[in-house]
Design a protein around this ligand. Structure first.
Ligand code: ZN
Length: 232
């Protein structure tokens, strides 16, 4: 006969209490797997959450939800999952505060993607961002072309730190707003400076035709370079 609120079942389903120890072990293993998988994805944090905080959220997410409506999941094992995940989180956070090496291993390090107005292609690839996503982030900071930016650093949280050139230092650079960026040169225009649409490298416009490959990345897609000052 169905009994409402059978507490032994609500807490443990039909597992013995010793199962809780196994839950501890399973949680530690899954925690490590989530952490390694997220780090291996190359992706930085998502909007102010570091990789490590994401691990916490994913680890707790299913443990919190499942016992709410799966009748074969007891509350106590889920509660043990919470304890273990939070203990691991606190322990590792303390360790990484004390040891820089552990912090780098867990969260990665900040990544320079633009230095002195130049896009660093290797670092950019390492960031796991697409060019679209990257330029969108820059546009949101009122950046019109790459010649306006001295430094872009992607923090471990995935946020961008940006330093600008002073007005008189602004160089010619690749325009990053879609209208200008998609306006590929066909060789008949007369631009003083042109920029590679892939790597942002800037050249003098004369003697370069539509089919001249970029000396840095070998792509043949050129855009008129801009040296507009930044008005923000
Ligand atoms: Zn290029």
């Amino acid at each position: 006969m169905f009994e409402f609120a059978d507490w032994r079942k609500i807490l443990m389903h039909d597992h013995p209490f010793g199962f809780l120890l196994e839950v501890v072990l399973r949680t530690v293993i899954m925690f490590l797997i989530i952490l390694i998988a997220l780090r291996a994805s190359g992706r930085r944090g998502i909007k102010q959450l570091s990789i490590f905080e994401l691990v916490l959220i994913i680890g707790l997410g299913s443990a919190a939800g499942d016992p709410m409506f799966y009748d074969d999941v007891g509350i106590l094992p889920a509660f043990v999952v919470f304890l273990v995940v939070i203990t691991l989180y606190i322990t590792v956070t303390r360790l990484s505060d004390r040891f820089v090496k552990i912090e780098k291993l867990l969260e990665g390090k900040p990544l320079y993607v633009i230095r002195d107005g130049k896009l660093l292609m290797d670092a950019f690839r390492e960031s796991g961002l697409s060019q679209d996503e990257f330029f969108a982030e820059l546009r949101l900071r009122n950046i019109e072309h790459l010649g306006q930016v001295r430094t872009v650093l992607i923090e471990t949280s995935g946020e961008f730190s940006v330093l600008f050139f002073a007005d008189e230092e602004v160089k010619y650079g690749l325009p990053i707003f879609p209208d200008e960026l998609q306006n590929r040169l066909n060789g008949k225009e007369n631009c003083e400076y042109i920029a590679c649409a892939k790597c942002g490298g800037v050249r003098e416009g004369k003697n370069i035709t539509r089919l001249t490959p970029c000396p840095e990345c070998e792509v043949c897609e050129w855009v008129g370079a801009s040296n507009a000052k930044r008005i923000a």
